[in-house]
Design a protein around this ligand. Sequence first.
Ligand SMILES: Nc1ncnc2c1ncn2[C@@H]1O[C@H](COP(=O)(O)OP(=O)(O)OP(=O)(O)O)[C@@H](O)[C@H]1O
Ligand SMILES: [Mg+2]
Length: 361
Amino acid sequence: MSFMQSLFGGVSRELIGLDISSSAVKLIELGRRGDRYSVEAYAVEPLPLNVVVDKQLTDPKLVGEAIKRAVARAGTRTRNAAIAVAGSSVITKLINMSANLSENDMEEQIRAEADQYIPYPIDEVNLDFQVLGPSTKDRSVVDVLLAACRKEQVEQRIAALDIAGLTPTVVDIEAYALENACQFVTHQMPDGGRDKTVAVVDMGASMTSLLVLHDLRTVYTRDQAFGGKQLTEDIMRFYGMSFEEAGKAKREGNLPETYQQDVLDHFLADMAQQIDRSLQFFFSASSQHGSVDQMILAGGCASIPGVEGFIQERLQIPTVLAHPFAQMAVASRARPQQLALDEATLMIAAGLAYRAFDETD
Ligand SMILES: Nc1ncnc2c1ncn2[C@@H]1O[C@H](COP(=O)(O)OP(=O)(O)OP(=O)(O)O)[C@@H](O)[C@H]1O
Ligand SMILES: [Mg+2]
């Protein structure tokens, strides 16, 4: 499997989106009829602590077993999967190449010259490229987007999928998957996102990803090492609980009455500050944009009661929780009630599942 081809297209129609994140393995399969999408299957399988750390699979076997359980629970027969690697493990570069080269010649030339573009030995990376079109400056050359990913990043994931009997037919980048998922929340944007600046914030266990769209196109992305794990650790420390106890109590709301003042308010203030800081980076990086019309919160931290009100008040930006499946039919096999509880954590999985409908093959 070539990383590059798989990154940009060429897939079969039946495909599972599989997000291997730090707290769980998340699987979703979508269907499409006309322009209506449906959820055909889904499962979330928690992962043991420290099995996925900084996007590295420290134990592909344990991850593989969790994927296997997720596939069984989802009850799907589909065995092709789209997975993602973190943007931080991928280097992308825009290069120019002669417009009259064939795809094969181009690949050969890129391989031969790769060391000019990539700071790693060629045999340690998976390479992919996509011709974007004629260069605006010089019509005799085309703009080519080159992407290189450390092989180990892909290989760890393939090893885990292998244990679960899945074939990775698409390897995407997380930020692209999140961008693809944004089409499922346009119903929550003013004017469907047209001409608007919308910030989507995915607050997971260890990472907060900000994606800013303008007129439905990505204009900015930023990852920060901040997430719900921090809140769990604060709870552990304050009430003397184990990590598991604290995580469970947090999700079930089973904490002392003083939890809000003791712990939660500090965490929320921190979170608001982190998001605000990322937005300030965006504003300073982009002179055309000075404000955000709408914020959409996703990830497990979006389940913290009252989080959207808190963020809205602090940042003075209209804020809602992501409902990516609100306009989809949900098969009974996909357990609609449970799905509704998990939906904000499934943005990346949904963006990956969307690759089943690639137009490029
Ligand atoms: N009801 C809840 N209240 C508070 N926190 C919650 C709730 N439900 C889930 N979380 C927290 O959300 C986090 C998991 O979210 P999510 O599934 O988005 O993370 P992830 O995708 O595994 O992490 P990452 O993307 O950082 O690798 C955990 O820290 C979990 O404790
Ligand atoms: Mg996540």
